[in-house]
Design a protein. Structure first.
Length: 345
């Protein structure tokens, strides 16, 4: 895998937060005396989530960050599995409790496997080694949390719902003269370009306006063949074997898939500013229906210009010098308080 997708990680973490906030799961956690552990999980994951935008940008040039994101992704999946087990046990207890209350316990138990009713909750927990799994998750989370500080990752301001709605409106309401237009998101690394694009891409209301969607992480190694294949595999109803096809044949197949359909395509992390490369890449996109959109995220306004995304350009602004100085002073105050050193002004 070339690049760990930050957006997928973000979605996974948000799913974990949703699970950790479930009333039934919290009740189960209190009963099993693991509530404190889950609170720590949520607290540390929240802090990690704040630096994902920066990590997504830095993983391109820093192998240590890419490895860290891979470890985080694996941990998130494993945490999801164990929380699913907790949720199942919580639901099982809820069903049994409701059945007992209604005096229909025997009828309900007929539909529940014997293995789920013949053990006490503690025995069930021991059977799946929940205690050891919680300990293992805690150790791995502590390690990832500790590594975060050494990677030099910065927090990036969250993108609000209102911001997403404003940019979504630009996508669906903008009048265009050709069958597709380019929306460019421009900012330096770590500003949240990919996060904003993902919010728009995943928005349910926006999706209603398009027949097909595709997402490609371009990165600094521009490969028109790979990009075209990725888009083709995303929009095609059946996986096509393109190994024996040349670039123009792959483009023809993509053009056929897009013909007469309104599509939304994200080209994430675009670095190439050669007009001829873009002109070659866009050829099959001309087959799409009027109103199709291409979102490009890039650090360079020149890239936006050659892709004609300058007409609908969204530039994410850096913090002002005053705000940066304010953040720096606050950090000094916190460090000074911890180390009992003099406070300067």
């Amino acid at each position: 895998m070339e690049v760990v997708a930050e957006a997928v990680l973000s979605v996974s973490l948000e799913a974990l937060f949703s699970q950790l906030g479930s009333p039934d799961l919290l009740k189960f956690a209190r009963q099993e005396k693991i509530y404190a552990e889950l609170e720590i999980w949520e607290e540390k994951l929240s802090e990690i989530h704040e630096v994902l935008n920066d990590a997504e940008e830095k993983q391109i040039t820093k192998k240590s960050v890419k490895t860290w994101l891979g470890d985080l992704r694996d941990l998130a999946y494993d945490m999801e599995d164990i929380l699913d087990e907790f949720a199942y046990e919580a639901l099982r207890r809820k069903v049994m409790a409701e059945a007992d209350d209604e005096g229909r316990t025997s009828k309900v138990r007929k539909f529940i496997p014997t293995c789920c009713t013949s053990f006490t909750p503690i025995e069930a927990m021991r059977n799946v080694k929940m205690g050891s799994k919680i300990k293992e998750m805690a150790i791995r989370l502590d390690a990832i949390y500790a590594q975060k500080a050494g990677l030099g990752l910065d927090k990036v301001a969250a993108i609000t719902q209102s911001t997403r709605e404003r940019h979504s409106l630009h996508l669906v309401d903008e009048p265009i003269e050709t069958n597709f237009s380019v929306v460019s998101i421009v900012a330096m690394g770590g500003m949240g370009k990919t996060t904003l694009a993902r919010l728009v891409y995943d928005d349910a209301e926006t999706a209603k306006h398009f027949d097909l969607k595709a997402w490609v992480c371009v990165s600094d190694q521009f490969d028109a063949v790979r990009i075209t294949k990725t888009v083709l595999n995303s929009v095609s109803t059946s996986q096509s074997n393109t190994d024996s096809l040349d670039f123009h044949q792959i483009q023809d197949k993509l053009g056929d898939e897009l013909k007469g359909k309104k599509f939304l395509l994200v080209l994430d992390d675009m670095w190439n500013d050669k007009y001829d490369d873009w002109r070659c890449l866009q050829s099959p996109f001309l087959s799409g229906s009027r109103g199709s959109k291409i979102i490009v995220t890039t650090r360079s306004k020149n890239v936006a210009n050659i892709m004609e995304g300058d007409k609908n350009l969204h530039e994410l602004q850096n913090l002002s010098d005053d705000k940066c100085w304010s953040v720096f002073k606050n950090m000094h105050l916190e460090i000074a308080a911890l180390m009992s050193i003099p406070i300067w002004h």
